[in-house]
Design a protein around this ligand. Structure first.
Ligand code: SF4
Ligand code: SF4
Length: 92
């Protein structure tokens, strides 16, 4: 069983899960859905951010099976990353 797998009936391919992963172990498959990279099992720290950030409840993680009751940490990380990306784009 893969470390993470999306419910393709719910996933809207927003890629919030791929972006928020601190270990960068979530890639994108040929069909455009998130998929674990080959080294995902080795590097995943089971933080659960990928599950917590998905508002569509579309990502299954083998260990972190449910969104946590407080997804605040994942949301803050995602917002910080978006801000950082925006400022990098403005510098270019
Ligand atoms: S965050 Fe959810 S909806 Fe967005 S790409 Fe990941 S699984 Fe799909
Ligand atoms: S649990 Fe954390 S480290 Fe593991 S795939 Fe999800 S976001 Fe990445």
């Amino acid at each position: 069983m893969k470390l993470i797998s999306p419910d393709t009936t719910k996933c809207v391919k927003c890629y919030a899960c791929t972006e928020v992963c601190p270990m960068k172990v979530i890639g994108i498959s040929a069909s455009g859905f998130p998929e674990p990279k080959s080294y995902a099992y080795r590097l995943c720290i089971n933080c659960g951010y990928c599950v917590d950030i998905c508002v569509f409840d579309a990502l299954h993680h083998k260990v972190r099976k449910q969104r946590s009751s407080d997804p605040g940490a994942a949301i803050r990380r995602y917002e910080e990353m978006k801000k950082k990306r925006k400022s990098e784009q403005e510098i270019k």
